[in-house]
Design a binder for this molecule. Structure first.
Ligand code: PHE
Length: 358
């Protein structure tokens, strides 16, 4: 056997036996490295007659190319095998249940907002949002609260230092300013709900300085009070998960709606236990009305053509009613024991199809 054949045969055997990239690299160095077998063959060049050198050199180079190719092919094979091995050993079983040690709970406020969104989403509403720091125009003026009107004082507003451009800044006292932002940025038909934080300088057993509302706004050419009532009835039934919830509209006043109403739902308080939907008692849950033409005008919407309704509901209030939470202030205590008791499993996403809450 020539030296060439020996090197070729030994290299083939060694490459085949190399079980991992490190072993293969050792073979490469032993064959092609500076002190390797092929380099040794090349050294014989000096001992040859000049006219034999060219053919010999070409033969060594051809062998070198052949063995390089052999090693690279094997390297690719080993890489594929390693990848295949990793893919089988590192698979994730997506059908496994959630980790049992997951202790986190969703706050009842988050849960309630998700439920409200699921219900109105099914009715074709989308969600809009606005900033917590508002200005006087969006929170009051555009909503038809005239300058110096007593209704402004009823809101117990937290004022902030004026903005650089002179705007009077405040923490929004309701989610209604997002009605204004929505109407200024969209053209009717509009159908949105607006959940979010609201602020009033008020603190007692039934009031906290920060609380949550969800606003509803529908604007098109024909929507009337009947639609408002139907929409709220549908909501009350879906949210409280009872067949029929009696609704009572009491005349009220808001500067930004005309006519305005406060809405009560029927309930019973027999034996100290609150039951929604039955009995002869009433519970107030929201304020609403037909959007005032002045508001439409302030937002660049033509009141000769468009009309619609708005409503605003307290999130904490409807959460307390549905989940039997007796004290408003506990919502904001960040007490883990309370959260574990009243909280919700985050992976149970409310939907009208799979159920609102489990
Ligand atoms: N913004 C009112 C409040 O906070 C509620 C409301 C919203 C009333 C929309 C009518 C229409 O009391």
């Amino acid at each position: 056997m020539s030296d060439f054949d020996t090197v070729r045969a030994e290299t083939r055997a060694a490459v085949e036996q190399a079980a991992d990239p490190a072993a293969l690299e050792a073979v490469r160095v032993a064959v092609l490295g500076r002190k390797g077998a092929v380099t040794d063959l090349m050294k014989n060049l000096a001992t040859l007659a000049p006219d034999a050198r060219r053919a010999y050199g070409a033969a060594v180079n051809a062998l070198k190319d052949e063995l390089t190719q052999l090693i690279e092919t094997r390297r690719a094979e080993l890489g594929d095998a390693a990848l295949a091995q990793r893919l089988t050993s590192e698979t994730v079983d997506l059908s496994l249940p959630a980790r049992p040690e997951a202790q986190g709970r969703l706050h009842p406020i988050s849960q309630t907002i998700d439920e409200v969104i699921a219900i109105f989403g099914e009715m074709g509403f989308s969600v809009a949002e606005g900033p917590d720091i508002e200005d006087d125009f969006h929170n009051f003026t555009a909503l038809n609260f005239p300058e110096g009107h007593p209704a402004r004082d009823m809101h117990d507003t937290f004022y902030l230092p004026d903005a650089a451009d002179g705007r009077k800044l405040l923490l929004r006292t309701h989610t209604s300013p997002v009605q204004v932002r929505t109407m200024m940025n969209q053209t009717p038909p509009i159908r949105v709900i607006i959940p979010g934080r609201t602020y009033r300088s008020d603190s007692d057993q039934t009031h906290t300085p920060m609380f949550h509302q969800v606003e509803g706004l529908v604007i098109d050419e024909t929507t009337h009070m009947g639609h408002l009532k139907g929409c709220l009835a549908e909501f009350a039934q879906a949210y409280f998960e009872v067949e029929h919830v009696p609704l009572r509209f009491r005349p009220s006043f808001f500067p930004f709606t005309e006519p305005s109403a406060e809405v009560d739902i029927g309930c019973s308080r027999k034996g100290g236990e609150l039951k929604i939907g039955a009995g002869d008692d009433w519970l107030e849950i929201l304020g609403c009305g037909m959007v005032h033409p002045n508001v439409l005008r302030h937002c660049g919407v033509d009141p000769g053509r468009y009309q619609g309704f708005a409503f605003g509901m307290g999130i904490e209030r409807i959460a307390m009613l549905k989940y039997g939470i007796p004290d408003l202030r506990t919502f904001f205590d960040a007490d883990l024991r309370w959260l574990r008791h009243y909280g919700f499993v985050p992976l149970d996403i409310p939907s009208l199809i799979t159920g609102l809450a489990r």
